[in-house]
Design a protein around this ligand. Structure first.
Ligand SMILES: Cc1cc2nc3c(=O)[nH]c(=O)nc-3n(C[C@H](O)[C@H](O)[C@H](O)COP(=O)(O)O)c2cc1C
Length: 358
């Protein structure tokens, strides 16, 4: 699905977040060939990272725990080799730069000169983001994206300051953490970082990120690259409805390979066409129309499509209030005096659905 960002044509709204797959030109070219609209480099800083062993583990389906640091390539290598190679291969290259003014001031002009379409600024410490942004805006003409952390308590206030300082877009968000896993056979932390900690990404963090993107959308009209927990097209649609203009992925492409990019892109396109929308923009921020000061109550009716009921009994088992039962002929019975319309059965069964009365 063709789209554009900062006036640059992109083959898809899927943007690859900074991570191990964009370790250098070779990885970035592979991602662009896989259909990515743009690729964010692994974070470039003034000194190459040395990563502990292990620094990346699969935590749960679609979910990673990692303590991978910034890029293990020196800045000079990015400027002299990796960026020129990726750009000349036609990659829409966004340079991730961290984590202090000292780092960013050494490279942003040359990253612009080498053809990066934008700079993405990232920091572990929120107080360094704004000075980095102000300095970078003085140095380059290409757009500057600010990557926000979900661990920053008042990210809307920081976003507002960044917007006032000339930010052109937000990437929302970075990983959630710190988090830890312990090997129960040995008692060792699974990750090799000294304190045993790392950062959680992928499927498990999606509900947190969706809420934060929704919150960010209330505070800015700048483009948002929604990043965090997207692995399937349905997640991407949800992310757009929360307020994202572009779909960021990182863990999904690590766990599913670059093939996931075209799969996502094609399915999002199909969803939009099936629902009569002409672009992702038509659904961006859609949920905001339904957010009110009042709780939803009387209008919520739970219905069942008997054709889809397989009599599996899931809705009976899952009901905390014992409102559901099967009668002797196998028909589903709901005792409305017990039902509190909690909605749990609807989320567990395909045959059940909600009808909203006005
Ligand atoms: C192994 C790994 C390494 C990462 N390295 C970086 C990095 O160098 N710079 C950065 O800004 N974000 C980094 N991230 C964070 C991702 O860009 C992204 O914000 C996060 O993974 C959430 O997206 P996801 O749930 O789609 O993975 C990394 C993520 C992973 C999984």
């Amino acid at each position: 699905m063709k789209t554009e960002l900062f006036g640059r044509q992109m083959q898809s709204p899927v943007i690859i977040g900074s991570g191990p797959m964009s370790y250098g030109a070779r990885g970035m070219i592979r991602l662009a060939e896989g259909g990515a609209g743009a690729v964010v480099t692994k974070t470039i800083t003034g000194h190459a990272a040395v990563n502990p062993n292990a620094h990346m583990v699969k935590y749960a389906p679609g979910t990673l725990l990692n303590c991978e640091k910034w890029s293990d390539y020196p800045m000079a290598r990015w400027l002299e080799k990796e960026i020129p190679e990726a750009v000349s291969a036609g990659v829409n290259c966004i340079a991730s730069v961290g984590h202090t003014v000292r780092d960013s001031s050494q490279c942003v002009e040359q990253l612009e000169a080498e053809g990066c379409m934008a700079i993405e600024l990232v920091s572990y410490r929120q107080e360094t983001l704004l000075p980095m942004l102000e300095d970078t805006k003085r140095r380059v003409k290409i757009p500057v994206i600010v990557k926000l952390s979900p661990n920053t308590t008042d990210f809307p206030a920081l976003a507002k300051q960044c917007e006032d300082a000339g930010a052109d877009a937000f990437t929302a968000f970075d990983s959630i953490g710190p988090a830890m896993r312990i090997d129960i056979e040995t008692g060792h932390p699974v990750l090799g970082q000294g304190d045993g900690c790392g950062w959680l990404t992928g499927e498990m963090i999606r509900p947190f990120i969706i809420e934060k993107v929704c919150e960010l959308r209330k505070h800015t009209s700048l483009p948002i690259i929604g990043l965090g927990g997207i692995g399937k097209w349905q997640d991407a649609v949800e992310m757009a409805m929360a307020g994202a203009d572009y779909i960021g992925i990182c863990s999904a492409v690590i766990l599913q390979g670059p093939e996931v990019i075209r799969k996502l892109d094609g399915k999002i396109d199909e969803y939009l066409r099936d629902h009569g929308y002409s672009s992702l923009r038509d659904i961006t921020g859609m949920v905001h129309r339904f957010l009110t000061a009042d709780d939803r109550s009387g209008s919520y009716r739970i219905k069942m499509d008997p054709k889809l009921c397989t009599h599996c009994g899931k809705c009976v088992r899952i009901c905390p209030y014992e409102a559901r039962s099967f009668d002797e002929r196998g028909g589903m019975h709901t005792d409305m005096s017990r039902c509190r319309k909690c909605g749990l059965c609807v989320s567990a069964c395909r045959a059940l659905y909600v009808e909203e009365a006005d």
